[in-house]
Design a protein around this ligand. Structure first.
Ligand code: SIN
Length: 304
């Protein structure tokens, strides 16, 4: 068995496979299917200061090789999380990461300060890339000065490892990655969903209530791989690859392209054991190809 452990900016993970935010609830929802302790890290659903009902239905649509969502960060807010969810998930024998969201810089800062006091939370994933909200999210992550403002402000107060989740809906993702690194991010996760839409030809109406939504799944994997490869070459901090990872081979491809770890999202809707299956499959891949350590696979792309 290979050594699967990886280090993402001072945070040691037992293996490189995490769940992607928004695809596994807050953890307890997955307990009938997997032991969350088998994951490298559990990234919980996007969390905000106050309760959010999310966008009106319909807010999911299937597409060829993918899925559109416009959930709109539905969650019950940090107070509910602290009282009801945190006591349960802090017991998992794995790293727990909260995906942090806000409409304003002040929201992000206040939420981060509350999370600082939760000893069982190992890191935050600063989400500046949700495409489904009118304020915050991608509004910050597609404009360099706005991104700088929020990353700087959160870094100032954040006492935990800080991962910044980037949007692919920009011309040059490396500019945002370099900015995040310069402003003190410990790691970078990418990509969040690609902005898309679906139309019902019978009714001539948009399928999603919000018209546009975020595309995920195998359809976006080549774009995600390309961006991970570019970002890994542009920064020194660890990169976490996300985008259409359905199996261990996909995970290995992201690591070869430069990712230190990966997140599994859409695959969890099809097979709720997918992330844990990928841990096992990655172990086998490393054995099959003669790697003693998962870290030896990172950035091994042979361009000859
Ligand atoms: C959503 O809740 O709309 C998706 C979250 C995200 O893409 O970051």
């Amino acid at each position: 068995m290979a050594d699967l452990s990886v280090d993402i900016g001072g945070l040691k993970l037992k293996n490189p496979v995490m769940t992607a935010s928004g695809t596994c609830g807050f953890g307890p929802e997955m307990e009938p299917f997997i032991d969350p302790s088998d994951l490298g890290a559990l990234v919980v659903k996007g969390t905000t200061l106050k309760n959010r009902d999310g966008n009106p239905y319909p807010r999911m649509a299937e597409t060829p090789s993918g899925m559109l969502n416009s959930v709109g960060l539905q969650n019950k807010g940090i107070d509910y999380f602290k009282e009801f969810t945190y006591p349960r998930i802090k017991k998992y024998n794995t790293s727990v990461i909260i995906n942090v969201n806000g409409s304003t810089v002040e929201d992000y800062v206040e939420l981060t300060e509350i999370i600082n006091d939760l000893d069982g939370i190992d890191a935050i994933e600063l989400n500046i890339s949700c495409p489904n909200v009118k304020m915050g999210g991608m509004v910050f992550g597609t404009h360099l000065p706005a991104a700088e403002k929020v990353i700087k402000a959160v870094r100032k107060v954040c006492k935990k490892s800080m991962m910044v989740k980037l949007s692919p809906n920009v011309t040059s993702i490396t500019d945002f990655a370099k900015l995040a690194e310069a402003e003190g991010a410990d790691s970078i996760s990418l990509i969040n969903t690609l902005l898309g839409m679906a139309v019902d030809a019978k009714t001539r109406k948009p399928v999603l209530s919000t018209v546009t939504g975020g595309l995920s799944g195998p359809a976006i994997k080549p774009v995600a791989l390309r961006m991970v490869w570019q970002v890994a070459a542009a920064v020194k901090i660890p990169v976490i690859g996300i985008g259409g990872i359905m199996n261990a081979t996909d995970a290995a491809e992201f690591m070869i392209a430069g990712a230190t770890a990966v997140q599994v999202g859409t695959a969890m809707f099809i097979e709720p054991t997918a992330a844990v299956d990928i841990v096992k499959g990655l172990d086998k891949y490393l054995d099959d190809y003669g790697f003693d350590k998962a870290t030896d696979l990172i950035s091994t792309l042979d361009k000859q």
